[in-house]
Design a protein around this ligand. Structure first.
Ligand code: HMG
Ligand code: MG
Length: 310
């Protein structure tokens, strides 16, 4: 059955870019394998950014050589510029994910140049992507607020969305980088963006810093968005956005929709197993996802009840 919504897993990229420890390439490949096996059909697996800026993902080229590529899953990776695009092509990934901020200061901190300059340098890359039939996803960061500038005008977001549309973005993901948005704001944002591009091409990328990512997912759904970025166990953050924490947890999004009869195509228990494996065997620390933790607790109670009954 075709899922009703797309849960776009960004944990291997948005989550692992922020990890203090170096994670073995083989562990990253195993994580991606488990995510795909749990039914996630869109996975952002790494970044072709400068290894000086994001050393955690410096093994992107190697990862792409060893990662399994089941036909059920489509992988993307961040690409900020032509050098990143060359690497994506050598790795034969089908989706390039560009990123630009709605606020000037965050953009400069993140990619060392102005919004206009960053877009201009990306233009030839977008043209190559079209000619190569590589799909282009584009993130707009800081859509609900900027860690440096505070409020971000809705008009600035919509203007950037229009520019990305002209540039050739197939899909535009609206990033609440520092998780400050509230449902009213997300509703207004989605309505405004819907005036610029069709909502089938829009995703929401909500970080959970203030604990509102899930209510914002619900608000976005009610306004017509059908693609939601999420990170297993709530892993993650943006290293160039101080105070930012992980994305909305994938388990929370899957459970929210499945319990409402909206199919995600994701097997929640297989996903919980993948997150438990990452936590126990790779990260050696607890992840914050609420549904993930609740399901682990439920399993523990079921186990002890079964032992008591035996
Ligand atoms: P720069 O230092 O201005 O780059 O960085 P440059 O063009 O001047 O080049 C400097 C050196 O980097 C050169 O090497 C280049 O070859 C190399 P050198 O000659 O010194 O040896 N270089 C590269 N190497 C490998 N791959 C590349 C690449 N590009 C240049 N692609 C740059 C500019 C954009 C490269 C840098 O600022 C950068 O990589 N930034 C990425 C920061 C980042 O990844 N941030 C986190 C992801 S964004 C995010 O998390 C938000 C999101 O989740 C949405 C949301 O939550 O809102 C997407
Ligand atoms: Mg992010």
């Amino acid at each position: 059955m075709r899922p009703d919504i797309v849960v776009y897993e960004v944990g291997p990229r948005d989550g692992l870019q922020n990890e203090p420890e170096t994670i073995a390439t083989a562990a990253k490949a195993e994580l991606v394998r488990r995510l795909a096996a749990a039914g996630l059909s869109r996975i952002e697996i790494t970044s072709f950014v400068s290894p000086k800026w994001i050393p955690q993902l410096a093994d992107a080229d190697t990862l792409c050589r060893v990662v399994a590529r089941p036909p059920s899953a489509t992988y993307s990776a961040l690409v900020p510029n032509e050098a990143g695009y060359e690497r994506l092509r050598a790795a034969a990934l089908p989706v390039a994910a560009f990123f630009v901020s709605a606020s000037e200061t965050h953009n400069r901190k993140n990619v060392n140049r102005s919004v206009a300059d960053h877009l201009e340098r990306f233009r030839p890359v977008a043209e190559r992507a079209r000619a190569d039939r590589v799909r282009l996803r584009a993130y707009v960061s800081t859509v609900c607020g900027c860690p440096y500038e505070g409020d971000v005008a809705l008009g600035a977001v919509v203007d950037l969305v229009r520019q990305l549309d002209v540039l050739g973005a197939d899909e535009i993901s609206l990033g609440d980088t520092i998780g400050v948005g509230v449902p009213k704001q997300v509703r207004e944002l989605v309505r405004a963006v819907a005036g610029a591009v069709a909502l089938e091409r829009v995703a929401l990328h909500l970080h959970d810093t203030w604990g509102r990512a899930l209510v914002n997912v619900q608000a976005g759904y009610e306004e017509g968005v059908r693609t939601f970025d999420a990170s297993l166990g709530g892993l993650g953050g943006c290293p160039y956005a101080p105070g930012a924490s992980g994305n909305v947890a994938t388990e929370d999004v899957v459970d929210l929709f499945e319990r409402a009869g909206i199919a995600t195509g994701v097997d929640l228990d297989a996903l919980v197993d993948a997150t438990a494996w990452l936590e126990r065997d790779v990260l050696h620390r607890a992840l914050p996802g609420r549904v993930y933790r609740a399901r682990l607790g439920q399993r523990e109670r079921e186990r002890s009840n079964a032992e008591g009954a035996a």
